[in-house]
Design a protein around this ligand. Structure first.
Ligand SMILES: Nc1ncnc2c1ncn2[C@@H]1O[C@H](COP(=O)(O)OP(=O)(O)OP(=O)(O)O)[C@@H](O)[C@H]1O
Ligand SMILES: [Mg+2]
Length: 226
């Protein structure tokens, strides 16, 4: 149907030595275009594990993830890469910026991979940095930025290609209230302007309550809270 993303009966466990940890157990999820979803849950409940599966960065033991109606498991690595570069944006819990590039260059990187960089791309990168309060940090490298500033560059980078779906793992975790508020507003604005779908893992009740739906991950499944 109109599902941007769907999970069917996802199972994922990890085995370390004799210990087996069942993290996701028959997890189902349906996400329609333009939804704002937050996922909350205790530390260790499996939120990052779930996002990694949704992004196709990890594979389930059984069950399926479908992105834009296409089952991830049936795509080749090249096809998966294409979906990730063009339709899904990802903000990791611990940002992964490339240390040798400036903030602006880190944003333009996915552009270099998918299309040629043009003036429009650079304009958009600068606009995004401006909108999250980094208008005066274009040419700083990650080592020259604070933790929260790096986090914001990672968020802008996930948005540069205007993906249909954005997955974020604790996007406001390291940020002060005011900066967190800017990020929340950016999410809401992009959702309004472009119908971008967001799935945001967060411990912030402030951020969770601005979303359309809040799911709690508990005992390996998602439970709708509000
Ligand atoms: N690669 C791995 N190998 C073994 N165990 C893992 C691995 N990744 C995650 N786990 C285990 O799976 C469980 C869920 O981890 P996950 O990172 O998904 O939790 P989380 O909900 O994101 O927690 P937090 O809120 O602290 O970020 C944890 O108990 C962890 O020990
Ligand atoms: Mg996590």
């Amino acid at each position: 149907m109109n599902n941007v993303l769907e999970c069917r009966q996802l199972h994922r466990h990890f085995t370390i030595g004799p210990q087996k940890v069942s993290v996701l157990r028959a997890l189902d999820l349906e996400v329609t275009k333009g939804e704002l979803i937050s996922i909350v849950g205790a530390s260790g409940s499996g939120k990052t594990t779930l996002l990694n599966l949704l992004a196709g960065l990890d594979e389930p033991d059984s069950g399926q993830v479908l992105v834009a109606g296409k089952p991830f498991s049936e795509l080749s690595d090249v096809q998966k890469g294409r979906v990730r570069n063009s339709s899904v944006g990802f903000v990791f819990q611990f940002h992964h910026l490339l240390p040798e590039f400036t903030a602006l260059e880190n944003l333009l990187l996915p552009y270099w991979l998918s299309k040629d960089v043009n003036q429009k791309a650079e304009q958009r990168a600068k606009e995004l940095l401006d909108r999250i309060g980094l208008g005066n940090r274009y040419h700083h490298k990650p080592s020259e930025l604070s933790g929260g500033e790096r986090q914001r560059v990672a968020i802008a980078r996930a948005l540069i290609n205007q993906p249909e779906l954005v997955l974020m793992d604790e996007p406001t975790g390291n940020l002060d209230e005011e900066t967190a508020e800017q990020i929340q507003q950016l999410i809401i604005e992009l959702n309004r302007e472009f119908e971008t779908t967001f799935i945001v893992v967060t411990h912030s009740t402030e951020l969770a309550k601005r979303m359309n739906k809040v799911y709690r991950l508990k005992e390996g499944q998602l439970h709708l809270e509000s």
